[in-house]
Design a protein around this ligand. Structure first.
Ligand SMILES: C[S@@+](CC[C@H](N)C(=O)[O-])C[C@H]1O[C@@H](n2cnc3c(N)ncnc32)[C@H](O)[C@@H]1O
Length: 354
């Protein structure tokens, strides 16, 4: 495990690429006879579980580009994870899940799984005790069967459930009506603010600039409504969407195509890394403040750096954030300038010009 790396790899990063829940899952699996068994691994954060079981018949699934990339690197390209739950096939004997925080996403996963389990299949979920939510047990009981748990070790715990229920179709994606949009918006289960319009997003939607933009990037697009509004305000612009969640990219694509027949570009990637420099006229960004369970402004900071790289000279990055996050200070450090263009009781919209 010591050789595993997080992605993106940062020199002097003290955070390791696995946690005690990964260790507990592997310890349990290595105590079983796995010959001839099909194993499915879901949400392996940096590939620790998959790499630990690489010699068995395994399939890995992740919605996250960052996790996918880490798994590819850590397995030396030997494991190519699936990134769509509809790609699951056949029946699995063991399904190992790093419990996601997002219960809608967990529900979506479990509903898909009911089509790929039989009466001898077992689900084993791993989690740090502090992240265990009672809702996860409720969903396992509802869709899979009675649960039991392991003793906690190094602050992690396993939940076991044997499949005893029926096949069910997933209620996701959701179709949601927002008053600012004529058409229903399609939201996959692992999306930011999938049931209602986030108040920060709403504030940004009210401050989309109009101008002579040829290309506009919706950076961290989720369902793409920021980009759709940008297109509405700037009909001649070509839109680019990026997100590290595959479900976000799928939702943005469906939603944009409901409104506009023109082609847009969609990038499933980390922030907007490795893209052509000096190529965009406007970047709009409502940055995340966590990646999986790791909280911090490190993603926002990388998004700002990537935006600076891809913007043409004189072009603008427009960012929204909670006022206490101080994005105007961070942007000034990076761009040499920043301007607060709107505030309300909670949020601030800031421009930085390249
Ligand atoms: C606060 S949400 C904003 C969503 C949408 N733009 C809005 O304003 O409603 C942040 C988005 O960033 C995405 N994200 C998180 N980490 C990312 C990364 N490393 N690279 C690209 N996108 C990321 C999340 O999946 C999420 O869709």
């Amino acid at each position: 495990m010591e050789t595993l790396k997080r992605y993106p790899f940062r020199q002097n990063d003290l955070l390791q690429a696995w946690d005690s829940a990964d260790e507990l899952i592997l310890k349990h699996m290595h105590s079983l006879d796995l010959s001839g068994k099909r194993i499915l691994i879901i949400n392996d954060q940096f590939g620790a579980i998959s790499c630990g079981l690489i010699n068995f018949d395994l399939t890995s699934y992740s919605d996250s580009f960052v996790s996918t990339k880490a798994l590819l690197i850590n397995s030396h390209q030997k494991i190519l994870p699936l990134h769509d739950l509809n790609q699951l096939s056949g029946f699995y004997d063991y399904v190992l899940i790093q419990l996601p925080k997002n219960l809608s996403y967990f529900e979506d996963i479990l509903c898909h799984l009911t089509h790929h389990l039989n009466s001898s299949s077992q689900i084993i979920c791993g989690s740090m005790v502090k992240h265990l939510a009672s809702g996860s047990f409720d969903l396992l009981n509802k869709y899979i069967g009675i649960t039991s748990t392991s003793l906690a070790q190094k602050k992690a715990r396993l939940i076991f459930a044997n499949f005893q229920k029926e096949k069910v179709d997933s209620p996701y994606p959701l179709k949601v009506k927002f008053e600012m949009f004529e058409q229903e918006i399609v939201n996959h289960s692992n999306l930011f603010s999938r049931e209602k319009l986030d108040i920060g997003t709403r504030f940004l939607l009210e401050h989309i600039p109009k101008g002579d933009f040829e290309t506009i990037l919706d950076l961290g697009c989720a369902n793409g409504i920021v980009g759709i509004m940008a297109k509405k305000m700037n009909p001649k612009a070509k839109l680019v969407f990026s997100d590290e969640s595959q479900m976000a990219i799928q939702s943005a694509r469906i939603n944009f195509q409901h409104y506009y027949p023109d082609e847009a570009d969609y990038h499933w990637t980390n922030c907007f890394e490795n893209q052509p420099k000096n190529s965009l006229d406007l970047v709009l960004c409502n940055p995340p403040f966590h990646q999986s369970n790791t909280i911090g402004d490190f993603i926002a900071w990388q998004m700002f750096q990537d935006a600076r790289d891809v913007l043409k000279t004189g072009a603008v990055l427009r960012v929204i954030g909670n006022s206490h996050l101080g994005y105007q200070i961070k942007l000034k450090k990076l761009f040499g300038n920043s301007k607060v263009i709107a505030t309300n009781s909670k949020f601030m919209i800031v421009d930085a010009v390249k």
